[in-house]
Design a protein around this ligand. Structure first.
Ligand code: GLY
Length: 397
């Protein structure tokens, strides 16, 4: 049945082109700014831009792998070997951090860097680093509550019972580790975490909580709240996007229909709260001229919706999610992409993103996750259009 659905969608995707040609001129601008950004980073770990200029942190954090992933996608789109060399250099620099024990963000850090390096080179050193990172993520599993702990150093009391919706995005590292090792434990942990997130973080209307606090010893839920959203009962736009993307991926990996159902519910809630230009306000329960957008939430949603479309089983659902994905990506390309005419100093690629509103970190600025998921959405659009109509004469190749 699934095979028939895939064949049907493959035929369908060959006949459907919902928004026009691939914007090659924008790729040149993205590539130039990415190379410039790589020079500015100088191997340091970026955080977000302040007045357009990058700020840095000493410690590896969830942003540290994104530059590598951006370079891989641009390399695939342009064939420029220099981009591949730079992507590998970043992956090499991260290999020795695969044993860090203070974050759930192992997927965000190591999927775009060492796992991509392994896919491109087949070299054992990258596979080993990716599996080591997956081991460190698996160690964060709390068997009482059946969830992966988000924050705090392993063994410490620091937020030991906290689960967040964002972790859905890190599960892919566990699915990948089962794929390359044959060890099913990673897969089982990923599924158990996804089931807990489905029942505790997603509300009946498809919206989501950012944080669920468990008693770490008994596994009993004590509180549901936000950390970066507007309020405990509102829905942070990026959290919603992480959820719909993560559940679509969990379905892709497992064929468990419950994950497809919840991915659809989360997607439909998000789509129902998009403004005119399809780029979300930073919290889905806010709106109005004075409310800032979070273009990064749009980028994550665009990429996640394309994945959801690809795993869908009906023409109607495929078209709905694919068309929304493409509409968001084109809107970002049109109005949220860095251009020479924006501020005098503008070192990011995707503008008008919000990293942490309450802490005033990267508010209406750029930050690495925004740049990465935006480029991923563009790369997916490129792959789709290439599959429909191979581009043989682009100036970039
Ligand atoms: N994963 C952290 C964030 O979305 O800000």
């Amino acid at each position: 049945m699934k095979l028939l659905a895939i064949l049907f969608l493959a035929v369908l995707s060959g006949t459907m082109l919902s928004g026009g040609e691939f914007p090659w001129s924008k790729i040149e601008a993205i590539k130039a700014q990415l190379l410039r950004k790589d020079e500015i980073y100088e191997g340091r770990f970026p955080e977000y831009t302040r007045d357009g200029a990058w700020t840095f942190r000493k410690k590896v954090n969830w942003f540290s792998g994104f530059i590598s992933g951006e370079l891989w996608y641009l390399y695939e789109m342009t064939g420029d070997e220099e981009l591949k060399e730079r992507a590998l250099a970043h992956a090499d620099a991260l290999r020795s951090y695969a044993g860090i024990d203070y974050t759930h963000d192992m997927g965000f850090i190591f999927l775009p860097s060492v796992v991509q390096a392994y896919r491109h080179t087949g070299e054992e050193q990258y596979r080993a680093a990716g599996v080591h990172a997956a081991d460190m993520l698996a160690k964060r599993y709390n068997p009482q509550g059946k969830f992966l702990r988000a924050w705090g150093k392993l063994g410490s009391d620091d937020r030991a019972g906290w689960m967040i919706i964002d972790t859905m995005m890190n599960l892919e590292l566990l699915f990948w580790a089962t794929e390359v090792t044959g060890n099913r434990d990673y897969y089982d942990i990923a599924c158990r975490h996804a089931i807990t997130t489905m029942s505790e973080s997603v509300r009946p209307d498809g919206s989501s909580y950012h944080v669920v606090e468990f008693n770490r010893d008994t596994g009993v839920v004590e509180r549901k709240r936000t950390h970066q959203g507007f309020s405990d009962e509102s829905t942070r736009a990026r959290g919603q996007a992480w959820g719909l993307y993560g559940f679509a991926n969990a379905y892709r990996r497992t064929d468990d229909e419950r994950f497809l159902t919840v991915a659809r519910k989360m997607a439909d809630y998000m789509i129902g709260h998009l403004p005119e230009d399809s780029v979300p306000y930073w919290d889905l329960n806010l709106s109005g001229e004075d409310v800032l957008r979070d273009a990064s939430a749009g980028a994550v949603a665009a990429s996640g919706l394309m994945l959801l479309a690809e795993v869908e089983q009906t023409k109607e659902d495929y078209e709905k999610y694919m068309a929304t994905s493409e509409r968001i990506t084109r809107s970002l390309l049109q109005n949220y992409l860095y251009t020479e005419s924006t501020r005098s100093k503008e070192e990011g690629i995707l503008l008008h993103t919000i990293y942490h509103y309450h802490n005033k970190w990267g508010v209406d600025e750029s930050y690495p996750a925004g740049d990465y998921f935006f480029i991923e959405a563009v790369w997916k659009l490129w792959k789709k259009l290439e599959a429909e109509n191979p581009i043989t004469d682009s100036p970039q190749r």
